[in-house]
Design a protein. Structure first.
Ligand SMILES: [Zn+2]
Length: 459
């Protein structure tokens, strides 16, 4: 039986024991060994001038490429086919000799990317969820895990969040069995100082109990998925509750949409902080005290490859996960990049906007792709959540969780917003629904795109 299925059948007190045992195990893994040294080193690197960071990154990259070519079937064959040797990659700029690696290639044959000596690296297993349901499972070395958490804690510490700070967590874990219909819809993970709230029990009926439990905890820090925290904010507003303002709200896992930022800030009275990273660890971006999004240039080699609409695809080379080397890996996200300086003094590239996933586009009847669908829902205050499902070009199934302020006028506005972007011949099938289902990892997907790629005109 699957571990989660066993957990769901345990009595509540045993679930608490299981959560704390698992929490302690995760904590030892993430923060044991030489984590503290890596964190101190990551903090020290922040003061380095750009040339020193570039030199550090190139040294790391050279060793990584040597290892990738020597130890993984995919890179051995790829370099041979290109008539290159590992010595041809001396630095960041030399990566352009290699093709961009798309997710599908890795998903098809992940074993060909696993280093032959991965077993000696005390690996954990990472899972990513895919758009078609086909996720990726791969090994992450202890060192890679420590470097990633060091980069994340460097960002948190810069905002004043201490390693021992208790946290209210709103993520995608199924902590509470779905059959449970009375509180608590949360579990205390005392070894990680987290009060973890179930993503699957938050409804009109239970929201008040969530807010009561939050109040009782005396929190200062909320962390989780934007969709979860925005949904909680929408419930609080509906109930006329004013939650206490936390000192920090940190977001991760999903890209933050303008409407979500707006409602979270309005209801909690605290502007959320953003960071961008992924299990594959090929890129990382952290928000600074001045609100800018800085590329963590010492963490990986990030390339921004221009897309036709002025935005850039995020392509990255991780140099710390020697168990599963990914070179020029296309994350499938889009960003708008800036070189201008930030008042905080950090150097390197900045990201003006993280636009989220490339898959989040719709297709017009003529086969043209249209992105940035989140903007359709901007300023639509009568909408709590929405999802657009597309199976046929030009036809959209729009599901909306509406507030009581929803009227025919709101519907006309929504239809006209879609018509502006997709053409007046777009067919919109609108349905009001009580809730929108999450993915298996608890994420809310704005667009569920089911048109096969082959049917599209590249836009
Ligand atoms: Zn800054």
């Amino acid at each position: 039986m699957h571990r989660e299925a066993i957990y769901q059948r345990l009595p509540q007190w045993l679930q608490a024991v299981a959560i704390n045992l698992e929490g302690a195990r995760v904590r030892r893994r993430r923060y044991g060994g030489d984590f503290r040294e890596r964190l101190a080193a990551a903090i020290a690197r922040q003061a380095w001038p750009p040339e020193r960071i570039a030199a550090y990154r190139d040294t790391q990259l050279r060793a990584f490429v040597q290892h990738a070519v020597a130890s993984t079937p995919h890179w051995r064959d790829q370099f041979a086919a290109l008539r290159l040797t590992a010595d041809d990659v001396r630095g960041h700029a030399d990566l352009a000799q290699l093709p961009i690696l798309d997710k599908e290639t890795v998903r098809r044959e992940p074993k060909r990317f696993v280093a032959e000596n991965a077993a000696s690296m005390r690996c954990a297993t990472a899972h990513t969820s895919g758009t078609t349901g086909a996720g990726l499972v791969f090994p992450v070395s202890r060192r890679a895990e420590h470097e990633q958490w060091a980069t994340w804690w460097r960002y948190r510490l810069a905002h004043g969040i201490g390693v021992q700070e208790p946290c209210l967590y709103f993520g995608g874990r199924s902590l509470v069995p779905l059959s449970q219909t009375s509180p608590p819809y949360w579990r205390l993970n005392s070894s990680s100082h987290q009060l973890m709230f179930s993503a699957y029990h938050l409804t009109d009926d239970t929201a008040g109990e969530y807010l009561d439990a939050m109040d009782a905890s005396g929190y200062r820090w909320i962390h989780g998925y934007p969709s979860q925290i925005a949904l909680l904010a929408a419930h609080a507003e509906r109930l006329g509750r004013r939650p206490r303002a936390p000192r920090w709200i940190t977001l991760g896992a999903e890209s933050l949409m303008p409407a979500q930022r707006e409602i979270i800030t309005r209801v909690f009275g605290t502007a959320p902080l953003q960071h961008y990273g992924m299990a594959e660890g090929v890129a990382n971006v952290s928000q600074c005290e001045r609100g800018s999004l800085h590329v963590d240039e010492d963490f990986s080699c990030v390339e921004f490859i221009p897309a036709p609409d002025g935005r850039c695809r995020v392509v990255g080379t991780n140099f710390t996960n020697w168990a599963f080397p990914l070179l020029r890996y296309d994350v499938g996200d889009l960003a708008r990049v800036s070189d201008s300086a930030c008042a905080c003094g950090r150097r390197g590239r900045r990201v003006e906007e993280l636009d989220g996933r490339i898959e989040d586009y719709l297709v017009t009847a003529r086969g043209v792709r249209v992105g940035r669908i989140d903007h359709v829902f901007k300023d639509m205050e009568a909408i709590v959540e929405a999802q657009v499902i597309q199976e046929v070009p030009g036809v959209l199934q729009v599901q909306v969780v509406a507030r009581s302020t929803w009227t025919d006028e709101e519907e006309r506005r929504l239809r006209s917003e879609f018509a502006t972007r997709l053409g007046s011949d777009a067919v919109l099938e609108l349905r009001l629904v009580p809730a929108i289902p999450r993915t298996s990892s608890g994420k809310l997907r704005l667009v569920v795109q089911r048109i096969p790629d082959a049917q599209l005109v590249r836009g």
